[in-house]
Design a binder for this molecule. Structure first.
Ligand code: NAD
Length: 387
């Protein structure tokens, strides 16, 4: 029986995934796994028993990742769980930029007392007319969870789609429509596309990547969409582009004093992932990751330990070892089993930065003595008997 604790309310569709082998506890000290959304764990004492923390969402700055790593506590998040919610808002943002729907709605509101509003609207509507997206060129920078979904839907809308991502994952490539033109340098996007949308993480290498030099290469009248992070784009340069007529509209999901209320900017209050479904998906994914780890020792989508998947253990025993990523560790681990005449049937060792994770399947169960020996090897943080 495993016990879990929720530091924040977690959607029932997620919690309902727990089987009869799981029990909710109100005491964090009794929990094997913790589910969290935004509650800060920085000042919390991490209980000895705790094996894993699953964050239902993407950001993990509320969790002390290094401290957890050194205690052998795996921290998970749920990347891509809200990708569909963001994708749908990107499409909405694109359509809002192509026609002045917001201006039109504001006009109706301002004229709601006019008895002849229907007639007036027919005269006024030319001011809110725009363009269609069909046959336009859409450039997507970053083909990850969100970028791929945007690309595929844009194809269905009859757009010509260009994608740029030098580090595209195999998974993303499998999911991408074959009709998306994969370009090898971002300049091709800047030079050819009518609408450009950015879907990359904010890193030192991507901060401010769309600047004046990039904007200068773009087509006149380009529409720019930013549902990733405001700091990816030099927004002062975007405002200049709008003033000069180079940029037709800038749609952003990140209000700040630079863009809020500015001519040519459509600013949305960070609604990308604000859907019931996104929250549900995050909860379902967090619970699934936690269960797979607690039952099998498999790590999928961790932010402080490497991914490691050996499926379900069909052998008599499975041991998980959390340790520093230093030389000679595997030799020391295998010696502990060899000395006792226990056969290793399968083994995986993965590292992530300074830490590493080794899973070992055994023909016969490990003894307490053996676990003690493993635990005493310098550089080992934790030894867990999974089975
Ligand atoms: N608006 C919102 O509410 C909201 C919600 C979720 C995520 N986001 C943001 O959306 C962005 C994308 O999220 P995701 O889930 O698709 O991420 P992801 O990690 O699945 O995909 C990011 C992709 O960007 C690519 N990439 C990295 N550097 C690049 C570069 N220099 N040029 C081109 N491609 C590059 C990566 O290879 C990866 O394929 C992130 O910035 C995230 O913070 C926003």
């Amino acid at each position: 029986m495993f016990q879990y604790h929720c530091l924040n309310p977690i959607a029932d569709v997620g919690l309902n995934k727990f089987t009869a082998n799981y029990k909710k506890t109100e005491e964090i000290g009794e929990a094997d796994g913790v589910l969290v959304r935004s509650a800060s764990m920085h000042d919390m004492e991490l209980p000895e028993r705790l094996l894993a923390v699953a964050r239902a969402g993407a950001g993990v700055n509320n969790i002390p990742l290094d401290q957890c790593a050194e205690k052998g506590i795996v921290v998970f998040n749920t990347p891509g769980a809200n990708a569909n919610g963001v994708k749908e808002l990107v499409i909405a943002g694109m359509l809002l930029a192509c026609r002045d729907i917001v201006g039109g709605i504001n006009w109706v509101e301002a004229n709601k007392a006019d008895e002849n509003i229907a007639k007036a609207a027919e005269k006024e509507k030319k001011n809110f007319a725009g363009t269609e997206v069909q046959d336009k060129r859409l450039g997507i920078i970053g083909l990850g969870a969100i970028g791929v979904k945007v690309a595929n839907v844009a194809k269905h809308m009859g757009m010509e789609v260009y994608g740029f991502d030098p580090y595209v994952s195999v998974d993303a490539a499998w999911n991408l429509s074959r009709d998306v033109k994969h370009v090898l340098n971002v300049e091709e996007i800047y030079e050819n596309c009518d609408i450009i949308t950015i879907h990359v993480p904010l890193l030192d290498s991507t901060r401010g990547m769309v600047d004046k030099a990039a904007i200068d290469k773009m087509k006149k009248g380009v529409i720019l969409l930013n549902f990733s992070r405001d700091l990816l784009i030099k927004e002062e340069d975007v405002l200049e582009g709008i003033r000069e007529g180079k940029i037709r509209k800038y749609v952003t999901d990140f209000p700040n004093p630079v863009t809020a209320g500015q001519e040519g900017c459509i600013v949305i209050p960070h609604l990308g992932a604000s859907t019931e479904e996104s929250e549900d998906n995050c909860a379902k994914m967090a619970v699934k990751e936690l269960m797979n780890y607690l039952e099998n020792g498999n790590i999928i989508n961790s932010v402080n330990y490497p991914n490691c998947d050996m499926g379900i253990c069909s052998q008599a025993g499975r041991i998980a070892i959390f340790h520093r990523n230093i030389a000679n560790m595997i030799t020391k681990f295998t010696a502990c089993f060899g000395d006792e005449g226990i056969n290793i049937t399968d083994m995986t060792n993965k590292s992530k930065g300074e830490v590493a994770y080794t899973m070992i399947d055994l023909e016969s169960p490990a003894t307490e003595d053996m676990i003690g020996k493993l635990q005493s090897i310098p550089g080992v943080f934790r030894v867990r008997v999974v089975k």
